[in-house]
Design a protein around this ligand. Structure first.
Ligand SMILES: Cc1cc2nc3c(=O)[nH]c(=O)nc-3n(C[C@H](O)[C@H](O)[C@H](O)COP(=O)(O)OP(=O)(O)OC[C@H]3O[C@@H](n4cnc5c(N)ncnc54)[C@H](O)[C@@H]3O)c2cc1C
Ligand code: FES
Length: 338
């Protein structure tokens, strides 16, 4: 174990040589800033003032040439090789709700959801403790770096964790999950992580906006809200955007919820009409943020938003909500699925 002192914060934590600075800090209840945990967003940048760290992924996209020149490192990609003194601006909004832990998990079942999306169900000896909307890191044999996947299920005492995973062409992690892992095999799950979780104390109706692989955390949030006593009378509007009709899914999960079709509604759109050569699609064509804008119109400022999906979809939705319609960013919670 190495001792990591955080400059000007009066705080320090221990980090094992197999852990990363970010995750060891969060395990110790220290609010190290982060978002993606996988080297893409740059929120976890820090400076080493004394001591030495080793980078797990020197080419991680989050660090710009300027960051490299300034000697900045990524907390999610750095392991200590000595005691260290570091400079990082702690952010109380990143304080973990549940202590992140690494644990063994056995794959129980795999189910096809669409042509390229599957539900994977894992079981751990420990309870599944997380807030709906959060994600875990999956350590997969032979795949460099863990992969982040959000739970589509609810917290439970039985230790069941369900994920909705989209196959990414040439993607090492999703390829391992789709083509190699079999029920009975074990992997390591580490978490929970993530800041775009269900806020049960906010007195507003909910709008979920998912694109592509962003379905899982929003299914979990919509399910939690559907059964929450304080949300019994509130509407939940669920938007899902895919490229073609074969990508559209999610309503199967929502149909099981009390109030579906009444206070819980599902709205989908496709963005690539060429993927519907026989003109079978009868719903809207366009980007999903356009459907949100079209349906909610001048009421856009009234809702609590949960958004997940690929970065361009996130960017377009945030631009529409926060910049064009001046929705207060405090009411927008999102995860970019890098
Ligand atoms: C917070 C979050 C939640 C997500 N939730 C979901 C979900 O619920 N469902 C879903 O389908 N997808 C989800 N994703 C996307 C998912 O994590 C993967 O990026 C996606 O499945 C592609 O992974 P891949 O291994 O197939 O592709 P690849 O192209 O092989 O890998 C891409 C991912 O691996 C990381 N990576 C690549 N090389 C390295 C390396 N050498 N060292 C360390 N890391 C590396 C990248 O940062 C990137 O995250 C989520 C992403 C994030 C950030
Ligand atoms: S949290 Fe480290 S780059 Fe995103």
């Amino acid at each position: 174990m190495y001792k990591i002192v955080v400059e000007n914060s009066g705080t320090s934590f221990e980090c094992g040589e197999e852990d990363t600075l970010l995750r060891a800090a969060l395990r110790a209840g220290i609010a190290f800033p982060y978002e993606c945990n996988v080297g893409q967003c740059g929120s976890c940048r820090f400076e080493v003032l004394e001591g030495e760290v080793r980078s797990l992924w020197a080419e991680a996209p989050a660090l710009t040439p300027r960051d490299h020149r300034k000697g900045l490192k990524l907390g999610c990609q750095s392991r200590p090789v000595s005691d260290c003194r570091i400079k990082v601006r702690l952010d109380q909004s990143c304080l973990p709700l549940f202590q992140p832990l690494a644990r063994d998990a056995e794959l129980v079942s795999i189910r096809d959801v669409t042509h390229d999306m599957r539900e994977f169900s894992f079981k751990t000896a420990e309870q599944a403790r997380f807030a709906p909307g959060q994600y875990m890191l999956l350590h997969l044999p032979g795949v460099p770096g863990p992969r982040a996947y959000s739970m589509c299920s609810q917290p439970n005492e039985e230790g069941e964790w369900r994920f909705l995973i989209k196959r990414v062409p040439e993607g090492k992690g999703s390829e391992y999950l789709f083509d190699h892992i079999r029920p009975g095999q074990k992997i390591t799950l580490d978490g929970p992580y993530g800041l775009a979780y269900f806020r049960e104390d906010i007195d507003r109706e909910i709008v979920c906006v998912a694109g592509g692989s962003g379905l899982a955390p929003l299914i979990s949030i919509a399910t939690a809200a559907a059964y929450h006593p304080a949300f019994k009378e509130r509407r939940i509007r669920f938007f899902f955007g895919g490229r073609g009709p074969a990508d559209i899914c999610g309503d199967d999960y929502l149909r099981l919820l009390p109030g579906f079709g009444d206070r819980i509604t599902f709205h989908s759109s496709i963005s690539v009409p060429e993927m519907d050569p026989n003109n079978m699609w009868v719903g809207p064509v366009g980007f999903i943020h356009e459907s949100v804008e079209g349906l909610l119109g001048d009421k856009l400022q009234d809702y609590e938003y949960y958004i997940a999906g690929p970065p361009p979809m996130l960017q377009a939705t945030l631009q529409m909500l926060a910049i064009k319609h001046k929705v207060n960013v405090e009411h927008i919670h999102f995860d970019r699925f890098f």
